[in-house]
Design a protein around this ligand. Structure first.
Ligand code: LIP
Length: 255
């Protein structure tokens, strides 16, 4: 199943790489200039829905773009067709296709693909995490050696003050921070040991469902910012670490 999902995601990556005149097919969602969608997001999602539901017809499909049917079945695909849409529109080449397959709310397969650098992060539950087929593992860095990746929850300014309070808190306690703009990929960078912590105050399920399994299989931990479990079917905050740094959530600035 994992290899079939990887093959389907790689096919979809070709749609991203073939994109042109992106600005002309871009619009803002919900009259929020920071929340963009393009015809390519929709084309990739349509491709993934067709191929993934053919692979597992008994699965429901939850994608970022558009409405979805009631989610009633045991198997569920959780899909972000282009995570990092603003980066995609601005040609920053830091976007990805993220596909999770969950069974009764437990992610069993995760694939996150950055087509710009041909990097496939993947995991099957209980069988480790890989980058282009090679095993990956988180670091053993403590907070003082940690590189922190973060999100600014730009779509919802209710979280602005807390986002910057947490950024400053971690700036004072870690090596430095980065804001790359694609959560699924950021979680995978932690899984690959390229960073040690990622947080964002509010994300949708498709932003982190696949990455949560890849990180766990690489020895890391993903929870809410208050340390509680993150249901991959529900939106919420994300605190993703190399496990060594995880308990630092207890000192993070609150709501
Ligand atoms: C994005 C996330 C990013 C977040 C953005 C946006 P999208 O996902 O990956 O971390 O800060 O606000 O949600 O919308 O580009 O798929």
């Amino acid at each position: 199943m994992l290899q079939e999902i990887i093959a389907i995601v790689r096919e979809a990556g070709r749609i991203v790489l073939s994109a042109h005149d992106v600005e002309s097919v871009t619009r803002a969602k919900e009259h929020n200039a920071a929340n963009l969608v393009t015809a390519y997001d929709e084309a990739v999602q349509a491709h993934l829905r067709e191929k993934l539901t053919a692979l597992l017809p008994e699965a429901d499909f939850l994608g970022e773009e558009g409405e979805h049917d009631p989610l009633t079945r045991d198997w569920l695909f959780i899909v972000d067709p282009i995570d990092g849409t603003t980066n995609f529109v601005r040609h920053l080449n830091y976007s990805n296709i993220s596909v999770a397959l969950a069974y009764r709310g437990e992610v069993r397969y995760g694939v996150v693909y950055n087509p710009y650098v041909d990097e496939v992060f993947a995991a099957e539950k209980g069988r480790g995490a890989t980058l282009n087929g090679r095993p990956i593992h988180v670091t053993d860095h403590g907070l003082d050696r940690a590189i922190t990746l973060c999100g600014s929850t730009i779509y919802d300014r209710r979280y602005t003050d807390r986002s910057f309070a947490i950024m400053r808190h971690l700036y004072d306690r870690t090596m430095d921070f980065r804001r790359f703009g694609a959560a699924a990929l950021d979680v995978c960078q932690v899984a690959a040991g390229r960073a040690d912590v990622f947080f964002e105050c509010r994300l949708s399920p498709w932003d982190y469902a696949a990455g949560s399994l890849i990180l766990a299989e690489a020895g890391g931990v993903l929870t809410r910012l208050d340390g509680t479990a993150a249901d991959p079917r529900e939106g919420g905050s994300v605190w993703a670490t190399n496990a060594v740094c995880h308990d630092a959530w207890r000192e993070l600035p609150g709501e």
